[in-house]
Design a protein around this ligand. Structure first.
Ligand code: SF4
Ligand code: SF4
Length: 130
């Protein structure tokens, strides 16, 4: 796997409203996915709808072993999710530390993909368009 992650252009989150304001938030929320049960409690309290489900490994039963991840491009750092999670598995990080924490704590993501994977998807689309 390449270390370079890019936004997955095909994820539905890319159609949601972008974060307002010029300055990035001081804090960003990171899910420690190894402790996430996929209970979805945090999703209900997010004011900007920036918490996304990551389907479990079985495509026939995606709700089994699902987790969540946070769209760092849209999180406003309000801390609701870190306070609401019954398993205390969301931590707020200083903005600049959050991306390293994301790399350490994220087991599976559908919001961000390997740069190489994105190129392969683009090539497939180009082939299909011919
Ligand atoms: S900190 Fe606030 S904005 Fe960010 S994911 Fe949690 S609830 Fe949503
Ligand atoms: S509330 Fe906590 S355990 Fe439940 S889905 Fe959110 S991060 Fe995972």
């Amino acid at each position: 796997m390449s270390d370079v992650k890019v936004e997955n252009p095909l994820h539905g989150a890319r159609l949601k409203p972008v974060r307002k304001g010029k300055k990035p938030p001081k804090l960003l929320a990171i899910v420690h996915q190894s402790g996430c049960t996929g209970c979805e409690v945090c999703i209900a309290g997010c004011p900007v709808d920036s918490i996304e489900l990551v389907p479990g490994p079985d495509p026939k039963n995606p709700a089994y072993q699902q987790m969540v991840e946070i769209d760092l491009a849209r999180c406003i750092g309000c801390q609701n999710c870190s306070q609401d999670c019954p398993w205390e598995t969301i931590t707020m990080y200083q903005h600049d530390d959050a991306f390293t924490a994301w790399g350490n704590e994220t087991l599976s993501s559908s919001l961000y993909i390997d740069q190489e994977e994105k190129k392969e998807d683009e090539n497939k689309e180009a082939d299909q368009a011919v």
